[in-house]
Design a protein around this ligand. Structure first.
Ligand SMILES: NC(=O)c1ccc[n+]([C@@H]2O[C@H](COP(=O)([O-])OP(=O)(O)OC[C@H]3O[C@@H](n4cnc5c(N)ncnc54)[C@H](OP(=O)(O)O)[C@@H]3O)[C@@H](O)[C@H]2O)c1
Length: 289
């Protein structure tokens, strides 16, 4: 591969990106970490920071000059598809051999959701490119609980959700970062695969409440909301209406039993079980207790 031996990480300041950087740095991999904001850079051995914006094509050239692989991730926001396609086109132009794209399990669970359609459009562009793409499609992150859910458990010992008794095999995003790292260390083996990333057990919120009760030593109960109650609650917490409607669509799919699938992919790539809800609660006990 000549001098192409670096890894470029987009979304390096984000939740998965920060975890991934730790793995790459620990393994001594020369890594280019990308952010739009120089102030967000933090020092890490073997890591150099480049300021670039996915929406500004010219800024991307510098990020991937000597890279064997690009990790592509960004939060959902305006210009999401355009920005990701810019990175794919820049990688193609630079002759980057591999790209690991953080996509969404919604592509498999609920393809009609707008989030799924956006990721699908990017995946399609990557498949059509000269870059060997590897898609990571995670289900809902356990880390999503660290906002409103953890606050209501801490304050009232209650979980409020609109998912009925529908289950989902929530994933700890540390597993996503570890899967990404494992693949980036040997991308040839995984080239052109798509992986559905879940935990090992699908749970409903009654079962999550039981785990919380057991772990924090106090009774936590689950209040199943109807759609209107959930929307009112989201809006009262400052969630924008479009986001509240998207979350309700996710909840609807879960209530209808469309999200209970458990995948073997995390276990088979990491060669160990996926992280558990019990472990997650212990890791973040101060947020819940
Ligand atoms: N939350 C879930 O349960 C879930 C489930 C499945 C899939 N997903 C997917 O996971 C992905 C990540 O979501 P997240 O909320 O965890 O995001 P996040 O990791 O917090 O992502 C934010 C990152 O995106 C970077 N970024 C955004 N726009 C950029 C741009 N124009 N140029 C360069 N960098 C840009 C930010 O960098 P700077 O601000 O430093 O520039 C930051 O590092 C999304 O695609 C989402 O669909 C989420």
């Amino acid at each position: 591969m000549g001098t192409k031996n670096k890894v470029t990480v987009f979304g390096a300041t984000g939740r998965i990106g920060r975890e991934l950087l730790q793995h790459l740095s620990g393994a001594g991999i020369e890594t280019v970490a990308v952010s739009r904001d120089g102030q967000k850079a933090f020092p890490l051995p073997h890591t150099s920071w480049v300021k670039a914006d996915m929406l500004q094509k010219d800024s991307l050239v510098e990020t991937m000059k000597d890279s064997k692989a690009v990790f592509l991730n960004a939060g959902m926001g305006p210009g999401f598809v355009e920005g990701q396609i810019n990175v794919i086109e820049a990688s193609e132009a630079a002759g980057v051999p591999f790209m690991v794209k953080l996509s969404s399990g919604a592509i498999q669970e609920k393809p009609e959701l707008s989030v799924a359609k956006m990721h699908e459009e990017v995946e399609g562009r990557l498949r059509a490119s000269a870059v060997n793409g590897i898609m990571l499609r995670p289900t809902g992150f356990m880390q999503n609980w660290l906002g409103d859910l953890a606050a209501s458990v801490k304050k009232e010992r209650k979980i409020y959700e609109a998912t009925g008794l529908g289950r989902r095999a929530y994933i700890d995003l540390k597993d996503i970062a570890e899967v990404a790292f494992t693949i980036l260390m040997n991308p040839e083996k995984h080239s052109c695969h798509a992986y559905f990333l879940t935990g090992d057990v699908a749970l409903n919120y009654q079962e999550v409440a039981d785990i919380l009760s057991h772990t924090i030593g106090e009774k936590v109960s689950y209040e199943a909301l109807d759609e209107q109650e959930a929307k009112t609650r989201y809006l009262s917490k400052g969630v924008p209406e479009w986001m509240a409607d998207t979350l309700l669509l996710y909840a609807d799919a879960q209530r209808k039993g469309q999200t209970a699938q458990v995948s073997e992919d995390v276990r088979s790539i990491l060669r160990k079980p996926a992280r558990t809800v019990e472990g997650f609660v212990i890791d973040h006990i101060n947020a819940f207790q």
